[in-house]
Design a protein around this ligand. Structure first.
Ligand code: ITT
Length: 202
């Protein structure tokens, strides 16, 4: 069965592929994974939803309609308690027009300036929408943690240098992809997604 990863973010594609084709998993020989690189005619998809769920479904629906291939779209947000859940659904555009990962992280540090460790709690929430002929489903993964006081680590992407998952003293960016892919919000969501895909292929 073919599936297409409905994201333009190459870091997400790498992580999703690594988790989906985990050699110990049952899915490896059952699915062929495509990405939007295989469908260059699909341009940017405007993310105008008010929730991660809406945006994930919009991306998966758009790509399924254009490709007729079962589509998986990931929408992820970092929800910081001291900021009443911001940046949340706006995580990609947090620092405004022309936002970069670095500027987003710098803005987050600035907004949290002076806030003590115990109040720097946050969570990553990953919503994966799976849309195909016979399916319209969601898989969700959440990881709680805290926001560090400075950036640490070179791996990963986005807010990884600032996010310290619960139970660890290091950031996602210090973990390396294998460890991050075992514990992350995306891996939790994809474990559910794998079960859904497995059912579809049997
Ligand atoms: P697509 O919409 O094409 O999938 P995107 O980068 O715009 O790509 P999102 O709309 O889900 O993806 O934006 C979420 C932002 O949150 C993303 O740009 C990163 O800054 C951040 N993010 C998402 N997953 C992350 C992760 O695993 N680690 C750190 N930051 C992450």
């Amino acid at each position: 069965m073919k599936i297409v990863l409905a994201t333009h973010n190459r870091h997400k594609v790498e992580e999703m592929k690594a988790i989906l084709v985990d050699p110990l998993g049952d899915l490896k020989d059952r699915i062929e994974i495509l990405s939007l690189e295989d469908f260059p005619e699909i341009g940017e998809i405007v993310e105008d939803g008010e929730t991660l769920e809406e945006n994930a479904r919009k991306k998966a629906r758009t790509v399924f309609e254009k490709t007729s291939v079962l589509s998986l779209a990931d929408d992820t947000g970092l929800e910081v308690d001291a900021l009443d859940g911001r940046p949340g659904v706006y995580s990609a555009r947090y620092s405004g027009e022309g936002a970069t990962y670095l500027r987003n992280n710098q803005k987050l540090l600035k907004e949290l300036e002076g806030i003590p460790q115990k109040n720097r709690t946050a969570k990553f929430r990953c919503v994966i929408s799976i849309i195909g002929d016979r399916i319209d489903d969601l898989a969700i993964g959440e990881v709680k943690g805290k926001i560090g006081t400075e950036m640490h680590g070179e791996n990963g992407f986005g807010y990884d240098p600032l996010f310290i998952p619960h139970g660890y003293e290091i950031t996602y960016a210090e973990m390396g992809s294998q460890v991050k892919n075992r514990v992350s919000h995306r891996s939790l969501a994809l474990e559910q997604a794998k079960k859904i895909l497995y059912r579809l292929t049997t």
